[in-house]
Design a protein around this ligand. Structure first.
Ligand SMILES: Nc1ncnc2c1ncn2[C@@H]1O[C@H](COP(=O)(O)OP(=O)(O)O)[C@@H](O)[C@H]1O
Ligand SMILES: [Mg+2]
Length: 465
């Protein structure tokens, strides 16, 4: 065993030592020292890097979670806003429809009593005209509330729009030129033709007004249809919750080169009563939104102030079906109008003014009338009344008794007597859970005398031939 430090002091080289000698006290070499330091340094650096990476990952995950939570909260907020505003809009529309029933019904009845060329006749005509305009507004409100729904059928959007073209040409600004780009052979969608027409009309009206307000001598509106992929992450209204991302959709697109929408207005344009126009009502886009939601679709808007706007309505295609689309039925000429009625009609409605105006309309058309102010009263009346009741006009939403229960009772006491439902809300929608074979007809308030009598004769013809 040799002490290397001592050996070096005596000038001896370790190569001279006999083989198998053990050397102790070897001074540390540079490499040996540095290897240890390198290991330590590497260890420390690795630790720091791993720590940093972990920290970065942590921050990223947290950001992502926060973004996710924010998106979810925003979706929830939007959902709640739509729900509560929808309920309010539906309520207002319902009440106004009952009031308008009275205004329109009475004006129309009174007009038949005065000489056609009298001042009174002209005043009454004005009342009816304004009443109808008000009814259009409540119709938009109903559409926003989602109550306007829904008589769906398989539809080809291109064909639907093609039939509207002449009407739109006449309705738009003289400054605007309308170009149609309708793709042939679109997949069908399950839609309510009347409501989808309303969507197209509202978007085209806005485009026309945007061109008109643009200050240039003329402008263009492009109205197109097609098939597209819904890109995940694209901005949609309402937030994508019904359409799976990356789904193939059918779209309607309205593009204009008018005034465009300032960034600050964009989040509000679908709110009911938001308008930037002097005489605007702010209900067009709200109605579009309600209808598109009701159809399980979404909207996309691209616009910059001064650079026009593009609105896209994306709708899911119908589940594969072989059915030919039914021709969207435009009101056919009605021979029922001048027919005389006979027999008794029972009117069940909780609004006194509606009962009164209905009675007057039905009397004038030749029917006898019995009225009741609630479901139970109506049932009692049917039970006591002599045979000869030919039809029942039943208001859809009333206190005291659900319409399903009322229909069941009527079917039991007066089997075979057809029931026409009427409502200040929209059609008998899914919320009532009524299947169409439970009632014979439906009429939307406010209805005109002609409208009521036409529907009644249709139902009576179907029931009694
Ligand atoms: N094509 C468009 N170009 C520019 N602005 C538009 C367009 N469509 C809608 N807007 C904006 O959205 C608002 C709301 O539209 P809408 O609900 O139809 O109500 P109204 O047309 O009665 O104002 C408009 O007042 C306008 O500011
Ligand atoms: Mg509008």
């Amino acid at each position: 065993m040799f002490d290397l430090v001592q050996l070096q002091r005596f000038g001896l080289d370790r190569s001279r030592l006999p083989p198998g000698s053990i050397i102790i006290n070897e001074p540390p070499t540079w490499v040996a020292v540095n290897r240890r330091q390198i290991w330590v340094a590497a260890g420390v650096t690795g630790g720091v890097l791993a720590g940093l990476a972990a920290l970065a990952l942590h921050i990223q995950l947290r950001r992502r979670a926060e973004a996710g939570r924010y998106a979810l909260e925003e979706k929830l907020r939007e959902h709640q806003k739509l729900e509560s505003m929808g309920i309010m809009a539906g309520g207002i529309a319902h009440d106004f429809n009952n009031l308008l029933m009275n205004v329109l019904g009475n004006a129309s009845l009174a007009r038949t009593d005065v000489p056609p060329d009298s001042t009174a006749a002209r005043c009454l005509q004005d009342i009816e005209k304004v009443g109808r305009q008000a009814a259009t507004l409540t119709q938009q409100l109903l559409a926003y509330s989602g109550h306007g729904k829904l008589a769906t059928e398989p539809l080809d959007l291109s064909k639907l729009i093609a039939t509207m073209a002449p009407l739109m040409e006449r309705a738009i600004s003289k400054k605007a030129r309308l170009h149609l780009a309708l793709s042939p052979g679109l997949p069908r969608i399950d839609g309510d033709a009347a409501q989808l027409r309303q969507v197209v009309m509202n978007l085209v009206a806005n485009a026309s007004e945007a061109v008109e307000g643009g200050g240039r001598p003329s402008g263009e509106i492009r109205l197109g249809t097609g098939v597209t992929m819904l890109e995940p992450g694209s901005v949609t209204v309402p937030k994508l919750d019904n359409l799976p991302a990356a789904q193939t959709c059918v779209y309607i697109e309205v593009v204009d080169d008018g005034v465009g929408i300032p960034a600050k207005d964009l989040p509000r344009i679908f709110d009911p009563f938001f308008t930037s126009k002097r005489t605007g009502r702010g209900l067009g886009l709200a109605a579009v939104l309600g209808i598109v939601r009701g159809h399980g679709g979404v909207l996309q808007v691209h616009s910059r102030e001064g650079h026009g706007a593009r609105f896209r309505v994306l709708l899911p295609p119908a589940a594969a079906s072989e059915t030919e689309p039914t021709a969207a039925d435009e009101g056919s000429p009605d021979p029922a109008r001048d027919r005389r009625g006979s027999g008794t009609v029972v009117v069940i409605d909780d609004e006194e003014s509606v009962r009164n105006v209905c009675t007057a309309i039905l009397h004038r058309a030749g029917f006898s009338v019995l009225t009741a102010r609630s479901g139970p009263d109506g049932i009692e009346l049917l039970r006591r009344s002599p045979p000869g009741v030919r039809a029942v006009l039943l208001n859809l939403t009333m206190p005291e008794m659900s319409v399903a229960a009322a229909l069941a009772e009527i079917a039991r006491i007066a089997p075979g007597v057809p029931v026409v439902l009427s409502s200040g809300f929209g059609r008998v929608d899914t919320t009532t859970g009524l299947s169409p074979d439970r009632y014979a007809g439906f009429i939307q308030k406010p209805y005109t005398p002609d409208g009521l009598i036409r529907e009644l004769h249709r139902v009576l013809d179907a029931a009694f031939g």
